[in-house]
Design a protein around this ligand. Sequence first.
Ligand code: NAD
Length: 467
Amino acid sequence: MDDLPPFTPTPEPDVAAKHERVVSKFSTHTTRPLEYRRKQLQQLYWGIKDAEGLLNQALQLDLGKSAFESYISEVGWCLNDTLFMLENLEKWMKDESAEDQSLTNKLMKPMIRKDPLGAVLIIGTWNFPINLTIGPLIGAIAAGCTAVIKPSEVSTNCSRVMQHIIEQSLDPEAYQCVQGGIPETTAALKLKWDKIFYTGNANVAKIIAKAAAEHLTPVTLELGGRNPAIVTKNADTRLAARRLLWAKLFNAGQLCISHNYTMVDKEVLPAFLAHLGQALQDFQPQGAKDNADYSRMVSQKQWSRVKSMLDNTKGKIIYGGATDESALFIEPTVIQVDSMDDALLTDESFGPLIPILPVIDLDEAIRTANTIHATPLALYTFGSKAENAKVLSQTRSGGASMNDSLFHASLPTMAFGGVGDSGTGAYRGKSSFDCFTHRRSITTTPGWMESLLSVRYPPYTDKKLKQ
Ligand code: NAD
C-alpha cells in the first residue's frame, strides 16, 4: 500500500478534463468492437488479480474485512463477474430480430441493435467498495461505454487501489477515476453524462437524480435497505437463526440487503432466541471482539450512528450490547422490541443490530412489513412453502430469498436492484450489459418495395382508404 499515491481528491478542473477525455474517446467509436471490449475486460481481470494482495490489505484497513469475506464478496466476486461477462458478451451483443412479424414486416428486417449508451459516471459507496464500483464498471466496459468511476471517499484505501488498477490496466482515454467526496461528486454531476450509476442512500440519490434531470441523463439508483425477515410458526427455527445470524455478521451488518429487523411468530420465539444464542456461540466461540472474521464499523461517523440507535432503543437487549469506540467495534446485538414505532425497525441500522419483533401470526407480519416500508431492497421469509408464497404475493421488494438470507443477490445470472424507493434499474451479468446498452430499433426497407409502399403517399384518396 505504501507504494501507492495517498488518497487525494481530484481538483475540479481535472474532473472536467477526465470527463472531456472519456467523452471524446467515445466519439471515436473505437470502444464499440467486441475485440476492444474483450481486451479491456481481460486487462481488468488481470489488473484485479495482480492487485489481489493490495485489495485484501485495503479492505482490512478500511473495514477490518476478513480475507474470506473479501474474497467471496469483493475480489473473487469481481473476477468471476468479469469472466462471466467475457463468456457471454459475444452472445449478448448480437442483434436480436423482432418477434411475431407479419410477412410484410419481415421484409424490413426489423431488429434490435445493442448500442453503448456513451460516456458514463459510476458513483460507488464504501461497504463493498470494490464490488459496488468495479461491478458496474464491468457492465459499462462490456456495453462499449467509456466511464469515469468515483469511488467512495470513506473507504479511501480501497479507492486508492481501484485507481491504481484502472490506471495500470485500462485504456486511459476511455476509463478514468475521480477521487473525492461531495465537492468532487458535485463537480462531476454538473457535466453531461450519458448515464449515471449511483449506489448509496436515498437522500443523496435525490441529489443525483435532480442533477441528472438537468441533462435528461438516465440513472440507475441502487439504494438502501430496511429489509424485513419473517420467521413463521412453521419455520425451522434453528435453520432460520443460523442463516439470519450469518447474514448479520457478514461485514458486521454493513450490507444493504441484510435484514433490518426480524418478525418472529410468538409461538416459536423462545426456540428462535435460544437457537440464535447457540449460533452466536458456534460462529464466534471467543466472542466478537478481536475476532479476525468480524469487521468493524467503517468510520467514527458510522460507529456513532449505530451506537446511538442502540442507546436510544426502548427494546430489551437479549445478547451482546458491548461497544468500543477506539476499535470502532459494535458487538452483534439481539434486541427484543415490542413496538413497531421503534427506530430500530423504521430506520436502517446498517450495522450488527438484530431487532426482533414478536408477532401474533403471519398476517400481522405481512401488515407490519408493508407499513414500515412498502418497497424494501430485500425480503426474507422462513416458513412452509404456502407461507412463503403468501408473503411473496402480498409484499413487494427488490429481491427475496426464501428460507435463506442474501442468496438471491449472489447469483450473476440474476438481476440485482431495488423497487420504489429502494432503487431504480438493475445490474449484474446480462442486466449489467443491458444497464449500459441502448436497444436501438432498426428496420431496412428494400428499394424494390416502393410500388407496394406507394399507397402511403398523399394524396390520400378514397380509393386508398378502401385498399
Ligand atoms: P455515502 O454517503 O458514502 O454515499 C455514497 C456516494 O455518494 C459516495 O461516493 C459519496 O461521495 C457520494 N455522496 C455523498 N453525499 C453526496 C452529496 N451530497 N452529493 C453528491 N454525492 C454525494 O454512502 P452511504 O449513504 O453511507 O451508503 C450507505 C447506504 O447505501 C445505505 O442506505 C445502504 O443501504 C445503501 N447501499 C445500497 C446498495 C445497493 O446496492 N442497493 C449497496 C450498498 C449500500
